[in-house]
Design a protein around this ligand. Structure first.
Ligand code: ADP
Ligand code: MG
Length: 225
């Protein structure tokens, strides 16, 4: 046993992630199998069973969708994209979801176009993850997106600031660990996937937060010219 414990201590990051994924997917699968057996043996087909099964299937689907963003098919090349365009796209995408909750998204961006060399869909996903977390952390309020870049500079910082619940100090270091979530229906993969993508792009992510005040996610990425 000692050796086994010893070895599992040395599980690589990939191994730990694989173990986490296997675990998180086995749980809903076990539930699905259980309900199938129950229905087969009892002959009872209750709407409630289908609802639970449906939500377990959705959970598996959500986990896999979030992780798939990390895979890069060979066709997905890096290209030069304008930060302002990416932000305008995702604000349009998420605005309706926000407005339903009385949340307003504002942007403050430089006049001159800021280019980054990136896998556009991945960077979009990162920004979407931040904004979704903000929406989920607020009853109502404002999400402020600010892009800061001097002209002819070699990096750009995008700030996502909300006035939501904030993250308690003792939980802040756990955020971004695979499967760490405080939400009933969360996957705990959004920030892990986001920070991996940012690292792949040679960028940096800083999260500052104060409970009952709000959260700021700041991404710094190299610009291209
Ligand atoms: P998920 O959203 O599925 O829970 P994430 O990795 O996106 O997973 O976030 C992990 C956790 O970090 C969340 O469950 C939440 O507790 C915390 N968190 C992230 N962003 C915010 C935010 N803007 N405001 C408050 N808490 C946040
Ligand atoms: Mg999230």
């Amino acid at each position: 046993t000692e050796e086994i414990i010893h070895q599992s201590d040395k599980l690589s990051a990939v191994g730990q992630l694989a173990a986490g994924i296997a675990h998180e997917i086995r749980n809903p699968l076990t539930a699905l199998k259980g309900f199938l057996q129950l229905m087969e043996m009892s002959g009872v087909r209750k709407q409630e069973y289908f609802d639970i099964m449906n939500s377990e299937f959705n959970r598996i689907e959500q986990i896999l969708t979030e992780l798939l963003v990390l895979s890069k098919p060979p066709s997905m090349h890096y290209s030069d994209s304008v930060v302002q365009d990416i932000i305008n796209d995702i604000v349009t995408l998420l605005n309706t979801q926000a407005i339903i909750k009385n949340i307003y998204i504002t942007t403050d961006m430089p006049e001159h176009k800021v280019y980054i060399r990136c896998i556009k869909n991945q960077i979009k996903q990162v920004f979407v993850n931040f904004i979704k977390n903000s929406i989920e952390a607020m009853e109502s309020g404002t999400i402020q997106i600010k892009v800061v870049a001097e002209e002819n500079t070699d990096d750009v910082t995008v700030f996502f600031e909300d006035n939501g619940t904030g993250i308690p100090k003792e939980l802040l270091k756990k955020v971004g660990e695979p499967f760490f979530t405080t939400k009933e229906k969360g996957t705990g993969l959004g920030l892990m996937v986001s920070s991996q993508i940012i690292r792949d792009h040679r960028g940096e992510l800083r999260i500052t937060s104060e409970e009952n005040v709000g959260t700021i996610c700041a991404v710094t990425l190299p610009t291209s010219s």
